[in-house]
Design a protein around this ligand. Structure first.
Ligand code: NAD
Length: 496
């Protein structure tokens, strides 16, 4: 048998092994006998080198005209498009989600890269008036410095691209640390950027554990910006570390998203949405529709149809085009799901389908779990409050829009929500009242597009947004420029 491929860190334009001399395994969650490769178990020494490289490259990159930076991103986007199918297959092998979805993940990276490449010729500021004569005022965006990017495993190419591309187009340099479960897709993205001509030191990749690599990244004195996507628990630590050092910090964290189904909804559409929103990516999306609040008049019918559809989902290896739902990412995640299913049963929720590991044949080789629905949930139950991050949906009855909104908003998270209705008044009322960063009408809670801001309120985020031009606001600072051509001292607020 051929030895496993060893993947290296990318530091200062070179592919290098870690100073630790150690590696970790990247396994296929649909078949744990399949070793995808060995990745560097990096140490703080590697992180220091990567940050030093990014720091050194910064001045030259920040002074590279943004349209030139954009040309490199355009090349990267075209390379990603050419390699989409291969990258999607590798992503399914390391992450488990079905091929159709990994194609979508790569496509999101392509979209984001093209979008941010175009920003190279915009990065608009404002020109404005002055309260004094013969004086001109404008705002320009300035890059900030070295960015540390820490990413999760569920969107292993899309999420890194949401961070890397705006950081680069704004003129920053960076070090990225992907999740240990899915380093290959980020590796592939970085390799594409190298081929597209990103100068040495501008993009650095260091793989390894969150505690060691992530911690060193967010505490290092030369890192000015930290962008983190992951759990609220780790996000709190990142926030505290950044606050103590006055670093710019963007946090994208957990969710407990809700689909609300009113009695006038198109039920076929609502069931389609609940299946896709609840079980797409095996429920491992920050925007997963893990709660469905349904009007009592259509509750029974909705639940019957939803359960029938969940039972019929084909679960298996995501490389099989007939499979609709892949495995969980790892055994720890499956144990979390199992623990929550026990919690749900003990809380008195009604287990309507699933609620067990899938066994036998190929299922024994991977982290498979059956699509699971709890009915008659109380909104205060833990399964209706806490993020499970697996194929478990809690269905909650309600008696109308106001109660649906109250239940929908009654969690600590605020990422995404949706309403199924044919009544425009209800749609607009919910749009106004839902305390989430993203809201859908007649669609599930997943499906963000790269040219709209992405992020959440409350314990999902800290007020920043990713994607769209909102990302530029995070990766640049405004500089206000006053040009006085009066040839005399003019004092604002005094010489009026
Ligand atoms: P996680 O918090 O365990 O890990 C995220 C990243 O942080 C990984 O790279 C990890 O290695 C690193 N990390 C772990 N401990 C660290 C530490 N002490 N210091 C610094 N870095 C550390 O999250 P996960 O399990 O990879 O991802 C699942 C979570 O991500 C879910 O809660 C999900 O909702 C969230 N998520 C949020 C969004 C969003 O945009 N809101 C998107 C995707 C995922």
């Amino acid at each position: 048998m051929a030895p496993p491929k060893v993947y290296k860190n990318f530091i200062n334009g070179e592919w290098v092994v870690s100073a630790s001399g150690r590696t970790f395994e990247n396994l296929n969650p649909a078949n744990r006998n399949e070793l995808i490769g060995l990745f560097q178990k990096s140490s703080s020494q590697d992180v220091d080198q990567a940050i030093a490289a990014a720091q050194q490259a910064y001045i030259s990159w920040k002074n590279t005209p943004p349209p030139k930076r954009g040309e490199i991103l355009y090349r990267a986007a075209r390379l990603l498009a050419e390699r989409k199918e291969g990258f999607a297959e590798l992503m399914t092998r390391e992450m488990g989600k079905v091929l159709e979805e990994t194609r979508g993940d790569v496509q999101e990276a392509i979209d984001m890269t093209f979008y941010m490449a175009g920003e190279g010729r915009r990065l608009f500021g404002q020109t404005t008036t002055s309260e004094l004569p013969n004086k001109f005022c404008m705002t320009v965006r300035s890059p900030i410095g070295v960015c540390a990017l820490i990413t999760p495993w569920n969107f292993p190419m899309a999420i890194p691209s949401w961070k890397i591309m705006p950081a680069l187009i704004c003129g920053n340099t960076l070090v990225i640390k992907p999740a240990t479960d899915t380093p290959l897709s980020t590796y592939n993205l970085v390799q594409v950027l190298e081929e597209a001509g990103v100068p040495r030191g501008v993009v650095n990749l260091v793989t390894g554990a969150g505690g060691e690599v992530g911690n060193q990244l967010m505490t290092h004195g030369d890192v000015r910006v930290v962008s983190f996507t992951g759990s609220t628990e780790v996000g709190r630590k990142v926030s505290e570390a950044c606050a103590a050092r006055f670093k710019h910090c963007c946090l994208e964290m957990g969710g407990k998203n809700v689909i609300m189904v009113l009695e006038d909804a198109n039920l076929d559409l609502a069931v389609d949405g609940a299946v896709w929103g609840g079980f797409g990516t095996t429920g491992q999306r920050c925007t997963a529709s893990s709660r469905v609040v349904v009007h009592k008049h259509v509750y029974r019918e909705f639940v019957d149809r939803f359960v029938a559809r969940a039972r019929a989902l084909k679960v298996g290896n995501g490389l099989d085009p007939t499979v609709q739902m892949g495995p969980l990412i790892n055994e720890a995640q499956r144990k979390t799901v199992e623990a929550y299913v026990e919690v749900g049963k003990n809380e008195g929720a009604k287990l309507l389908c699933g609620g067990e590991r899938l066994r036998d044949g190929e299922y024994d080789r991977g982290w498979f779990y059956a699509p699971t629905i709890f009915g008659d949930c109380d909104p205060k139950m833990r399964i209706a409050q806490e993020e499970i991050f697996g194929p478990v949906v809690s269905v909650i009855p309600c008696d109308g829009l106001d109660q649906a909104i109250e239940i929908g908003n009654g969690v600590v998270y605020g990422l995404s929500s949706s309403l199924y209705t044919r009544n425009i008044n209800n749609a607009f009322k919910a749009m106004r009242e839902m305390e989430t960063g993203i809201f859908y009408v007649n669609a599930p809670t997943i499906g963000a597009e790269t040219h709209l801001p992405f992020g959440g309120t409350k314990q999902t985020g800290n007020g920043h947004r990713e994607a769209a031009t909102a990302a530029l606001d995070f990766y640049s600072e405004w500089k206000s420029v006053y040009v006085d051509y009066s040839d005399k001292l003019q004092r604002a607020q005094i010489d009026t």
